[in-house]
Ligand binder design. Structure first.
Ligand SMILES: NC(=O)c1ccc[n+]([C@@H]2O[C@H](COP(=O)([O-])OP(=O)(O)OC[C@H]3O[C@@H](n4cnc5c(N)ncnc54)[C@H](OP(=O)(O)O)[C@@H]3O)[C@@H](O)[C@H]2O)c1
Length: 330
């Protein structure tokens, strides 16, 4: 039977306050988008989640549609909670999201109150939980009034099915509008979840500034660009890699020579810092004080170990940052 290691909270600097809230999140959080579906090894999934918890990763990020099939990552995580981690539920931040396609008909996606609250009930059932810590709207809905969507998030908190609410993939102006509505409803927005990595910097000009001024935390997803910002593809496309076996969101054709030229140069720089490329990529997103946590995925336990090792060196010399800029611009 699993029993967590006693040293898991020995590094207080591993936690950052989430915006202007009372909650701290680990610098590295674990997402269950990939490798926790019905066809993945449940023993590997369990090992990854337990190792993460042993390393002080208190935050596990899910969504209704993670799998495949949709919902199966929540089922896998529910099993891990039942059999292993559930006894430490109060030490964990568990999240889920609604907004992407989940079931047929007009209520199975986007941002209606009907979709969000039905989806949350389904997620809780799959995980066997009475509440999640954070319930997110997964993507903005251009057709539903923001007041309705935010009202549904706030309602989930009022009825005790979520402790906090979050937004994902919202642009800066709609984030500020949503935050205002949520404040007026008495349920401040805890956190925003955007994509951010050296390969995708859309948050930099405005979103991070908006989040800081609104007092909203920020957890960035795909900080390793789905594995591209690691040494995973340096010797071709391994059959067990994401691009090699699940090309839904990362195709072999995305791993171009131009991409590899950049990532190999970045790897040289990482090595000169005593880090792996994955570690330097995580340190790079965490250099912003507005970024609360880097939300990684992992296909094996050793990747979680490697990623957490990033926190041993989060500092960059100005010259190193300039070299990164040059490599990315070339
Ligand atoms: N809100 C949203 O719309 C949204 C969208 C996407 C994701 N997310 C969240 O963000 C989480 C992370 O997304 P992601 O999986 O794309 O993140 P990522 O960390 O950029 O990529 C994870 C992949 O990188 C590889 N990897 C990880 N650590 C490594 C290491 N140390 N060395 C070598 N390779 C390593 C593994 O690839 P291999 O599998 O090839 O080994 C792993 O599956 C998701 O699980 C989900 O919770 C949210």
């Amino acid at each position: 039977m699993y029993s967590p290691v006693a040293t898991r909270y020995d590094s207080p600097d591993f936690y950052r306050r989430c915006g202007r809230s009372g909650v701290k999140l680990p610098l590295i959080s674990l997402g269950l988008w990939h490798n926790f579906g019905a066809k993945d090894s449940s023993e590997n999934a369990r090992a990854i989640a337990c190792r993460a918890f042993d390393l002080g990763i208190t935050h596990f990020d899910l969504a209704n549609n993670y799998g495949p099939p949709d919902g199966s990552a929540e089922e896998t995580f529910g099993k891990i909670l039942r059999e292993d981690l559930g006894r430490w539920r109060d030490e964990m931040i568990v999240t889920t999201k609604a907004g992407y396609y989940m079931w047929p008909g007009p209520y199975g996606e986007w941002g209606s109150r009907k979709n969000l609250l039905a989806s949350l009930d389904q997620s809780l059932k799959r995980m066997g939980l009475p509440y999640v810590d954070i319930f997110y709207h997964h993507r903005p809905d251009p057709d539903t009034p923001l007041e309705e969507t935010m009202g549904a998030l706030a309602h989930a908190v009022c009825v005790g099915k979520a402790l906090y609410v979050g937004l994902s993939n919202y642009q800066p102006a709609e984030t500020a509008r949503a935050a205002k509505i949520l404040r007026e409803l008495g349920t401040p927005c805890l956190i925003h979840q955007p994509r951010y990595s050296m390969m995708d910097r859309w948050v930099e000009p405005q979103l991070l500034a908006t989040l800081e001024s609104e007092g909203i935390g920020c957890i960035v997803f795909s900080p390793l660009a789905k594995g591209v910002l690691t040494d995973r593809y340096f010797k071709g496309i391994p059959a067990d890699s994401r691009a090699g076996h699940d090309p839904r969101f990362l195709r072999p054709s995305d791993i171009t020579d131009a991409v590899l030229t950049k990532t190999k140069k970045l790897n040289d720089l990482a090595q000169s810092r005593g880090q792996t490329l994955a570690q330097m990529s995580l340190a790079w997103v965490l250099r912003h004080k507005a970024v609360t946590s880097a939300l990684i995925g992992a296909s094996r336990v050793s990747q979680v170990d490697d990623c957490v090792g990033a926190t041993r060196n989060l500092n960059f010399a100005g010259e190193e940052l300039a070299r990164i800029e040059k490599i990315l611009a070339d």
